[in-house]
Design a protein around this ligand. Structure first.
Ligand code: PEP
Ligand code: MN
Length: 360
């Protein structure tokens, strides 16, 4: 895709000296609630006001949004505060209404990005718009679905684009509502280097005490902006109550976050970095040497097993190794999750090598 630089022009044109911040309630509830929050946020670094009008709820029977009437409330926010306004669209009708009401930023929610049919319907309805379109990651950690979403929007001649990392559902229990997979967001950015990357710490965290740290983690990774849910009375919010923070807290957070620069020419920094990178390169090299040697031994074992007609998989031995490595990893500051993933990958490779010897 050529001319990608176009993608971030909307952001560059804002000429910000801080990360982009989109903030506002999970849902628009009443006109008073929307305006009250907007006025509390207006004299801060918040650039755009968000509020969900049509709410995708996992299960029916919960508050499903105020509907199109909320668009008028957002327009009042723009008139009264000068902030840009943002809302989620999930079908062609939403798009049409949002465009009619001059919504500046439209985002595609996680439950829509999972469906190429819905994304295509939205892309067709948005065709050629100069509004900003942000694509949230799909609910499940599937990079190609997310990429597909970006491609469908870009191909519909929409040039002002960005993506939002809002974490992923996982079967495994974590402290997050939706587990962050920073690597996936970074991979997406590797494919589209000029694509603005925004983090939604609210839907990642699911609870307000984690919002600060998740946001800081995103800023440490050089994300371009944050989308944060903020409500004047979070506990009374009609949706996502546990993850919303007050405008006052958000304004304090914006002062306390450390914003990193992408790089600096400072000689001292460059020299120190060069030295440490050389150390990393050497460590990577010896990791590969060690892995290569390990595979050779695994192959020799494979041959020994074959000669003695013994099966490749020895579960008991393998579980012992894993248990030991988790403990040893812990002593070196490595998480159990990482050690498990790392050794499972090594084990799989060993099995593959041994299998090919067995079948030779
Ligand atoms: C939202 O932003 O309120 C929302 C519903 O988000 P997501 O699509 O990330 O669940
Ligand atoms: Mn929400």
């Amino acid at each position: 895709m050529e001319n990608q630089k176009q993608m971030r022009k909307w952001l560059d044109d804002l000429n910000l000296d801080h990360p982009l911040v989109i903030a506002g309630p999970c849902s628009a509830e009443t006109e008073e609630q929307v305006l009250k929050i907007a006025h509390q946020l207006k004299d801060s670094d918040v650039n755009a006001f968000r509020a969900g009008i049509w709410k995708p709820r996992t299960r029916p029977g919960n508050f499903e949004g105020v509907g199109a009437i909320g668009l008028k409330w957002l327009q009042r926010v723009k008139e009264e505060t000068g902030m840009k306004i943002a809302t989620e669209v999930a079908n062609a009708n939403h798009v049409q209404l949002a465009l009619e009401h001059d919504i500046d930023i439209l985002w595609i929610g996680a439950r829509s990005t999972v469906s190429p049919f819905i994304v295509q319907e939205i892309a067709d309805a948005l065709k050629g718009t100069d509004k900003v379109v942000l694509i949230k990651n799909p609910v499940n950690p599937d990079l190609s679905l997310w990429l597909g979403g970006v491609e469908r929007i870009y191909t519909a001649d929409i040039k002002n684009i960005g993506v939002i990392h809002r974490g992923f559902s996982s079967y495994e229990k974590t402290k997050y509502r939706n587990k962050p997979e920073w690597q996936l967001a970074i991979e997406l950015q590797n494919r589209f280097p000029d694509l603005p990357l925004i983090c939604d710490p609210s839907h990642i965290a699911g609870r307000r005490d984690l919002i600060f740290d998740v946001s800081q983690a995103a800023l440490d990774l050089n994300f371009d902006g944050l989308m944060v849910e903020s409500h004047w009375n979070p506990d009374k919010a009609w949706s996502d109550a546990s993850q919303q923070i007050t405008p006052e807290t958000l304004i304090q957070y914006m002062k306390d976050w450390s914003v990193r620069v992408e790089t600096t020419d400072a000689e001292e920094y460059q020299n120190a970095l060069k030295k440490m990178r050389a150390e990393i390169d050497a460590a990577d090299q010896s990791l590969l040497d060690t892995l290569g040697k390990r595979m050779q031994v695994a192959e020799a074992i494979g041959k020994l097993k074959k000669d003695n007609n013994v099966s490749v998989l020895q579960s008991k031995r393998w579980n012992e190794i894993l248990g030991k490595m988790i403990l040893e990893g812990e002593e070196r500051g490595l998480s159990e999750e990482f050690v498990l993933r790392f050794f499972k990958a090594i084990h799989q490779e060993s099995i593959n090598h041994q299998e090919s010897i067995m079948n030779a």
